[in-house]
Structures are given as C-alpha cells and as structure tokens.
Design a protein around this ligand. Structure first.
Ligand code: SF4
Length: 330
C-alpha cells in the first residue's frame, strides 16, 4: 500500500484552521494537529479553542498535541523584531515562533510540510503577502507552508508542485469577510467554533495597557500575567501598581499569585483584598490603603486596613479616598 504523505496542521480551534484541516485531510494527507497556547489565550472558558480543537480532532480522527509557550513568549512581547499590531500583539513574531517549533517537530518526526488556516489580508499586520513571505523566510519554511484557504492567490508550494496535494482543490479566499468561511463551515458540518476571527488577549486594548505597564515595571512573569487578567487595576506612579479583587474568587487568586516582594492590603474582614507591586513609602502606603478603603462598604467612615509584607503586618486607620484620578485607572 502506498505510504501516505504526513503533514502538520497548526490548529487553534478557530474556524479558519479547522477548515484548512478539512481541506487537506480530504486530499488523503495524514495530518497531526499542533495546538499552541500562550498565557494570553482566551481559552479558559468552557468551550474554549483548546477543547474545541480537541473535540474537532477526535471527530475527524487525527492526533493532536498541545504545546505551551510561556517564558519564551515574553521575550518577543518585550521586543518584537517585526513590531506590534494595533495593540501589544506581536503577530508576525508570534507566528514565526510557533512555526519554528512546528518545523522542529516536522524535521524530527518526518512530516513533509505544514498547513495553516491563514487567510491573505485577513489581518492587516500578519497576513499580508509581505508578512507571509517574511514568516516563511524567517522560519526557513519557504514553499513548505500550505495555506489552503488562500492557496490560489499565493505562489505554488512544494507539496503542490510535487503533486502531494491538488492546487485545484484549494481556495482563493482573501480579506476580512467571513461569509465564505461560514458557508464552508456549514458545508463541512463544523458547528462549534469559538473564535471566528478573534485574536489573543494582546489584541485587547485595555489588557495591552496593563501588559505594557508590567513590562515597564520589569515585572513580567507567568504569575503576574495571570494577575493582571483580574481585578481593578491602578497605575499609581510609573513604578507602582495596585490590583484590587472585585469578588471572593479574585481575592483568592490575588493571594495565590502573590510574590515574595508584594504587599497585600486588605480590609479587616478580608472582603476586599489588594496587591501592591513596586517600591513603597509612607505616602504611597496611605494612598493605596485609602483606595482599598473606598471599596469597603460605608466608605465614608475611617477604616482599619491591614498591610502585610515580607517584613510583617501593620494596621492603618484611613479615610477612603473620595475620588481616584482617572489617569490611574488602567
Ligand atoms: S493574535 Fe496573539 S496569538 Fe494570534 S498571532 Fe497575534 S499575537 Fe499571536
């Protein structure tokens, strides 16, 4: 029996990569899916991309491997060679990193090429013809990335030239419209797709501001990224931040994510819990406590505020701040 050609598909769980998978699998290619995830994925809801990707691969009978990119990812966010998109999303560098990892697996495990769900001109930064070429060049994957949704608008790839896949069965989708993809989803019976055109958290303007602030503080870590996803966030000075939990679950997270140098500021009954990061002095301590006091019921009275650091605990009696300057909200 003739041996099947093997390829890797980058499957996010979104519609485009699911369609790309279907198109290539129908061409008698043996596929393995790689599902990359980073601290910035929005997949922690019940039907996130990860669970959909898993469900999808089980349904069509192909293996899937989840790959986490953590600390390594922070380097590209701090200084992306190809810059940011509209917010703090370093999309070109991000694609390069993921494809380099996919290439390593491709080489080590005898896969012949890589498939992605990229659509020409769907994203202004990372999916222009120029960007797609940069990505191929930087990864050393020239001619080895097949983008089935836009293939007929792109140069012929090696798998097409070799006759492993038929170019006539690939598509020519371009731009932001999702009409064709939604039609194809119906055609292929793909029903559950959580991220029709979504990006990661780094495309979110308010999260990007928090992340930018964390970079300025020189305080980027997996724990801190989890922390800035929650709570009320205040940038008190260029080098100090205060995050206040909005409910019991966020309070618990704050305590669980606390680092050794952090200062916990809380109400006497622990119904309001905050974490302070940065250099503290007496004035900032009173100021932070007065913000925390504002979120305690009956905020016009003086409140007892507990301050805990690695040096011990103290109690302040503070009056809640009447108004927090707008510029401090992030
Ligand atoms: S949106 Fe986020 S995950 Fe997607 S390519 Fe851009 S930086 Fe990477």
């Amino acid at each position: 029996m003739e041996k099947k050609i093997k390829a890797i598909v980058l499957l996010s769980g979104g519609l485009d990569s699911s369609l790309a998978t279907k198109i290539i699998i129908n061409q008698n290619i043996e596929l393995m899916a790689l599902n990359f995830f980073t601290p910035f994925c929005r997949c922690n809801r019940k039907k996130g991309c990860n669970s959909v990707a898993k469900y999808f691969t089980e349904k069509i009978g192909i293996p899937i491997r989840r790959i986490f990119i953590g600390e390594e990812y922070f380097k590209i966010i701090k200084n992306p060679k190809y810059g940011y998109g509209k917010n703090l999303n370093p999309c070109i560098d991000c694609r390069i990193l993921m494809l380099k990892k996919a290439k390593e697996i491709m080489k080590n495990e005898n896969f012949s090429f890589i498939v992605t769900g990229e659509v020409l001109d769907q994203r202004p930064k990372s999916q222009t013809l120029k960007a797609l070429k940069i990505i191929e060049k930087e990864t050393g994957l020239e001619g080895l990335i097949v983008r089935p949704l836009s293939a007929n608008l792109l140069p012929e790839t090696i798998p097409e030239k070799m006759g492993w896949i038929d170019r006539n069965k690939l598509l020519a989708i371009k731009g932001k419209s999702r009409k064709m993809q939604i039609f194809l989803a119906d055609f292929y019976g793909i029903k559950d797709y959580p991220c029709p055109a979504g990006g990661c958290l780094l495309t979110d303007p308010s999260f990007s501001k928090r992340m930018k602030n964390l970079i300025e503080l020189g305080n980027v870590s997996l724990k801190n990224v989890e922390l800035i996803k929650i709570g009320r966030y205040f940038k008190l000075t260029p080098t100090t931040i205060l995050i206040i939990g909005r409910n019991e679950s966020e309070n618990k997270k704050i305590l669980a994510l606390k680092e050794i140098d952090d200062i916990i500021i809380r109400s006497e009954d622990s119904k309001v819990v905050a974490v302070f990061k940065g250099c503290i002095n007496k004035n900032i301590k009173i100021f932070s406590s007065s913000i925390v006091a504002r979120y305690i019921k009956n905020f016009d009275d003086y409140k007892k505020i507990l301050i805990e650091s690695k040096y011990g605990q103290e109690i302040l009696n503070v009056k809640p701040i009447e108004e927090i300057p707008d510029k401090m909200y992030v």
